[in-house]
Ligand binder design. Structure first.
Ligand SMILES: Cc1cc2nc3c(=O)[nH]c(=O)nc-3n(C[C@H](O)[C@H](O)[C@H](O)COP(=O)(O)OP(=O)(O)OC[C@H]3O[C@@H](n4cnc5c(N)ncnc54)[C@H](O)[C@@H]3O)c2cc1C
Length: 281
C-alpha cells in the first residue's frame, strides 16, 4: 500500500493548484515545497485576476499554501531529490531523508527537474554551455500539453515552457494536469469514457429544477454519454455525487461568511483597523 495517492513536487502557483484539485477530489495528497522559486523573485504581482490592486508575493504564497491545507493536503517544507518507479507507483526521497511511496507524482517545480533524471533519462534533459561550464536542465517541451510524459502515473505541470511563464497560467496548468490525473484515476476505477472528467463544482438549487430534479433525467444523460454495457451501480453513484454538490441559498450564505473570515486572516491587522477607522483611501 502506498503512503499517499499523490505527491506534488513544488508548492508555487502550479503545484498548489494541482494539490487543491487532487485533495478536494479525495486523493491523499502531499505537497513538497523548498528550493528556487520564481514567485519569490517577482517584486509584486499585478495581473493575477481577483486582486484589483495586485498582491505581494508573500501573501499570495501564504494564501496558496493555506488553500492546499484547507483542501486536505499535507504541505511539507522539504526538497524532493529523487523519484523512482516501483511496481505500483513511485518512491519519492527528500533532502531531509523522507521516503514516501505514492501512486502518482506531479512535477510542479519550474526551476528544478533534476529529481526526474533517474526516471526519465537523458532524453528529457537539454545541455547548454555558459562561461566554460556545461549545464543541464529539464526540457520544458518534454511533457505534452496535458502533462503526460509516457510513464504511467507521472505528470509534469512544470517545467512546461510558456505555460509556467505567468502565475495565473501556471495555476491553470496545475489545475488542468490535476484533472487529467483524476480522469486517469477514474478510468482505473471503472468510470466509462464520457464521464471520466471530474467537475469540481458546487451547484445552486436552480440547477436541480424541472426535469433535472429527477434522477431519471440524469440517468438518460448518463446513458447517452456511456457505452450500452456501462455499470448501473456506477451510474447511480455518479448521480448521488452530482446531487451531493447541491447547496441551498442558506448554505451558500454560510460559505460566503466563512470565506470572508478566512480572507481576513491574510490581511494585516493594521490595514483592517485603518479600514474600520475610515483611514483607507
Ligand atoms: C523577476 C520575476 C518577476 C515576475 N513577475 C510576475 C508577474 O508580475 N506576474 C506574473 O503573473 N508572473 C510573474 N512572474 C512569473 C511567476 O513567478 C511564475 O509564472 C510562477 O511563479 C510559476 O509558478 P510555478 O509554481 O510553476 O513555479 P515557482 O513559483 O518557481 O514555484 C515552484 C516551487 O517549487 C519549489 N521547489 C523547487 N524545487 C523543488 C524540489 N526539488 N522539491 C520541492 N519543492 C521544490 C520552490 O521552492 C517553489 O516554491 C515573475 C517571475 C520572475 C522571475
Amino acid at each position: 500500500m502506498a503512503d499517499r495517492d499523490v505527491v506534488v513536487v513544488g508548492g508555487g502557483p502550479t503545484g498548489c493548484s494541482t494539490g487543491v484539485f487532487t485533495a478536494r477530489y479525495g486523493l491523499d495528497t502531499m505537497v513538497f515545497d523548498r528550493g528556487n522559486a520564481a514567485l519569490a523573485r517577482a517584486a509584486f504581482i499585478e495581473n493575477y485576476p481577483g486582486f484589483p490592486a495586485g498582491i505581494d508575493t508573500e501573501t499570495l504564497r501564504d494564501r496558496l499554501h493555506d488553500h492546499v491545507e484547507e483542501a486536505g493536503a499535507a504541505l511539507v517544507s522539504d526538497m524532493v531529490e529523487s523519484v523512482e518507479e516501483t511496481e505500483d507507483g513511485f518512491v519519492v526521497e527528500t533532502q531531509e531523508g523522507r521516503t514516501v511511496e505514492t501512486r502518482y507524482v506531479v512535477a510542479a517545480a519550474w526551476y528544478d527537474g533534476s529529481y526526474l533524471r533517474e526516471i526519465l533519462g537523458d532524453e528529457a534533459f537539454q545541455k547548454h554551455a555558459h562561461g566554460g561550464e556545461t549545464y543541464e536542465h529539464f526540457d520544458p517541451e518534454y511533457a505534452d500539453a496535458d502533462g503526460r510524459v509516457g510513464v504511467e502515473g507521472l505528470y509534469v505541470a512544470a517545467p512546461a515552457g510558456e505555460r509556467n511563464a505567468q502565475a495565473i497560467i501556471a495555476a491553470g496548468t496545475g489545475a488542468h494536469v490535476a484533472r487529467e490525473l483524476i480522469a486517469d484515476h477514474r478510468a482505473s476505477e471503472g468510470y466509462p469514457e464520457g464521464v471520466r472528467a471530474h467537475y469540481d463544482w458546487l451547484r445552486p438549487h436552480s440547477e436541480f429544477t424541472g426535469d433535472w430534479a429527477e434522477r431519471e433525467r440524469w440517468r438518460e444523460w448518463y446513458d447517452s454519454e456511456t457505452p450500452d454495457d456501462a455499470d448501473d451501480d456506477r451510474r447511480e453513484q455518479y448521480i448521488d455525487d452530482a446531487f451531493a454538490t447541491r447547496r441551498s441559498p442558506e448554505a451558500v450564505a454560510d460559505l460566503r461568511e466563512r470565506a470572508h473570515d478566512r480572507l481576513l486572516e491574510h490581511i494585516d491587522d493594521d490595514r483592517i483597523r485603518a479600514y474600520l477607522d475610515d483611514e483607507v483611501v
